[in-house]
Ligand binder design. Structure first.
Ligand code: ADQ
Length: 470
């Protein structure tokens, strides 16, 4: 547990709740799990946008924290969220895997919505029993640290970026680059997943703001105030996934899957359906693999589970169409009469139990994003496999944050090299079992040693230290 004993005010684009068949409930993600003890001990609030027409309750079962919904109009959501956040910042910060759209109106809406969030933070801070720590999350709210500083009356302010920070020469393409940096520099500490993203940020500040001096990871502003830029890799609740690996429900689901895929090696992909995740490149590698190896058409299966994502955005609708076309083409080319299709495509989210069963089933987990801030699927997979004494192999893109932590224990792939990736998919099937287990054990140890609780601890302690100028 972090030493922080002040109330905590978390600000994120969305609230950590969803409406299920039995009413409102806390979301099941790792961030909520990790923050729960901190918020419940010191008291706290969560501020986020919610579009439920009936309104979100101020509290829900399972999360002892005040919920403050920021209401936005339909045009505001269009400009701030679908537009500037998801069509400008997201592609720009993921190394331009698609072209960002530059639109002045979206930018103005982004500014207006960040101001709206700031007003709400101000009200919540005024009602707080003691000076609260404000922890702001992600690229939707990059102007917020400075806006909160102007209104906060001395609260420590932290910001964490869940996506990569791009190299300065890419970041500089944004017409509003100065405003975004200025917004972030309102924080006492700015967190990134990796040292590389942190250094990209520091280099961008140095390139664009000549009055700011960088001393190691501390930025000294012209007025003498210091801002710390830190690298803290986010993670999962390793204990939770280790337990989930061996529950009766997981065993039951696994037994069904083993029947379904009996006698075949299973390749698995689990992603939000996002163009950064490299799903199309992965399918193209599979196609080459099956083209070269006719015997594998019966002996392997590829399961792709894709959660629907951002389907209000044109690029995501196009991606869905092209993924479904690829799947259809591969199955059309390689399904043999009387045999199962090679690709099983599930366009939906699955339960945590089902997820654990698929992780256990997989012989090869394909985590092959073109760019990804961290990637939690890779951490979940190695944890579940190690806890169940599995022998699965992790094929991991060198362009995600997780790759920096796992080094050579994952089989590294360059997903842009579709053909090279197809040869890797082939060669990993021959990896020795003892070697596979040893690699899984080492990767699971890395995850356990730096789990999501440690991340919360390091982040909050870093924000406290930053606010004291230490
Ligand atoms: P995401 O891009 O959403 O997160 P990721 O880190 O992989 O990516 O997290 C996805 C989560 O969703 C995982 O916990 C996974 O289990 C779950 N999930 C994925 N597909 C699912 C499915 N079909 N059914 C059920 N659950 C599914 C962003 C950044 C990442 C960064 C995280 C956290 O893009 O780089 O790691 O935030 O900071």
């Amino acid at each position: 547990m972090p030493e922080v004993e002040r109330p905590l005010v978390v600000v994120a684009n969305r609230l950590p709740v969803s409406r299920g068949p039995d009413g409102w409930q806390a979301s099941s993600g790792g961030l909520v799990t990790a923050l729960r003890p901190v918020i419940e001990e010191a008291g706290g609030a969560w501020i986020g946008w919610d579009d439920d027409p009936d309104g979100v309750p101020s509290r829900v079962d399972g999360l002892d924290c005040e919920l403050h919904a920021v209401e936005l109009t339909v045009p505001q959501v269009r400009g701030y969220y679908h537009g500037f956040a998801n069509r400008t910042l997201w592609p720009l910060f993921h190394d331009l895997v698609v072209q960002p759209v530059i639109d002045r109106q979206w930018w103005q809406t982004y500014e207006a919505v960040n101001r709206r969030f700031a007003e709400r933070v101000e009200r919540v801070l005024q009602a707080a029993p003691a000076t609260a720590l404000v922890w702001i999350h992600d690229y939707h709210l990059m102007l917020l640290p400075e806006l909160v500083r102007q209104r906060s009356g001395g609260s420590p302010i932290g910001f964490f970026l869940h996506i990569p920070f791009p190299p300065p020469e890419l970041f500089a393409r944004l017409p509003w680059r100065d405003q975004l940096l200025n917004g972030l520099l309102g924080a006492d500490a700015i967190g990134f997943h990796t040292a590389q993203y942190r250094d990209n940020f520091i280099r961008s500040v140095q390139r664009l703001f000549s009055g700011v001096t960088a001393i190691g990871d501390t930025l000294v502003l012209p007025d003498g105030r210091q801002v710390r830029a830190v690298a803290h890799p986010i993670s999962i609740d390793a204990d939770e996934f280790s337990e989930l690996a061996n529950t009766d429900d997981t065993e039951r689901e696994l037994a069904e899957l083993c029947d379904q895929f009996a006698g075949r090696k299973v390749f698995l992909g689990v992603d939000r359906l996002d163009y950064t995740k490299g799903i199309r490149h992965r399918l193209q590698s599979l196609e080459l693999l099956l083209e070269r190896n006719p015997q594998l058409r019966r002996e392997t299966a590829f399961v792709q589970i894709a959660v629907p994502s951002r389907d209000d955005v044109q690029e995501y609708r196009q991606l869905r169409t092209s993924v479904e076309t690829e799947v259809g083409r591969i199955n059309g080319r390689f399904t043999e009469p009387g045999h199962d299709v090679p690709v099983h495509y599930l366009y939906r989210g699955v339960s945590r139990t089902a997820l654990a069963a698929y992780y256990r089933l997989a012989d090869v987990m394909c985590v092959t994003p073109l760019k990804d801030g961290m990637n939690l699927v890779a951490k979940e997979f190695v944890t579940v496999q190690a806890a169940s004494k599995g022998t699965g192999v992790l094929l991991l893109s060198e362009f995600c944050g997780t790759a920096m932590e796992f080094n050579d224990d994952a089989v590294r792939t360059n997903p842009f090299d579709v053909e090279g990736q197809s040869y890797l998919m082939e060669s990993v099937l021959g990896l020795d079992e003892v070697e596979r287990r040893a690699r899984l054990r080492r990767m699971a140890e890395v995850v356990r040693a730096a789990d999501v609780y440690r991340w919360v601890h390091d982040e909050l302690a870093g924000i406290e230290r930053g606010s004291l100028g230490l």
